[in-house]
Design a protein around this ligand. Sequence first.
Ligand code: SF4
Length: 268
Amino acid sequence: MASRARDIIDPQPGFVPADADALNARFASVDSAAMLCELLSNGALGTPLGRVAVVSSFGTESAVLLHLVAQANRNVPVVFVDTLKMFAETMAYRETLIEQLGFTDSSIVAPHAAVLQAKDGTGLRWSWDPDGCCDIRKVEPLRRAKQGLDSWVSGRKAFQSSTRQNLPRFEIEDGRLKINPLGDWTKDDLEAYFAAHDLPRHPLEAKGYLSVGCEPCTSTVAPGEDPRAGRWRGWDKTECGIHSSGDSASAPSGENGGELPPGYEPVF
Ligand code: SF4
């Protein structure tokens, strides 16, 4: 009897840096909308990105990426990390965009109550250890959400800060493919897209909040100031850590675990 050919099932798409390089080359001159349509179209074998989701902060610029993804495939899951320190306006804006853009699969991931109790029992960790606070409230929940994903779509843009320069459209992070469709977009590009598609604005933008994160760590921005200057104002901190590889969130920074430093008197 002739031997039968065996089917080989690869359980993981297993994206590697060469895949990111190939995708960067392939889509080099393709605009973001066409690129996402091709990547997120749901054929018989699913999307070429495997298990994919878009992660959104529902900030002041988020509507652009969400609109682009919705045009490609409204069934792509939309993940939001609720740090439990969000503005009420952000929560309302999330509902508005999800409904208006017609997404069918939206979810919220939040920090574990037990972790908060152990590491941020006062709820004031942001005031003395913002890196540790971001670790337990943002990075760890997102790490959990990404565990079942092969790839994810991010809204990062190169112009937002010096730490985001030379942002590729495709990169590998912790073994997953990360797509930055807006990586090379300018502020003017975003504004033009908002106008062309009549997208709703974040309710706080008109009040001077040009970049919106958690309520305790976000302030208004003066005319002419860097839009992200209102984030962690007064701290030498520009990123929350969710765009760093390593998934190190299980060990919050700071020397005192969940305790306030000796002699610290919170005034908030
Ligand atoms: S932005 Fe502020 S409140 Fe939000 S997780 Fe980071 S430190 Fe905590």
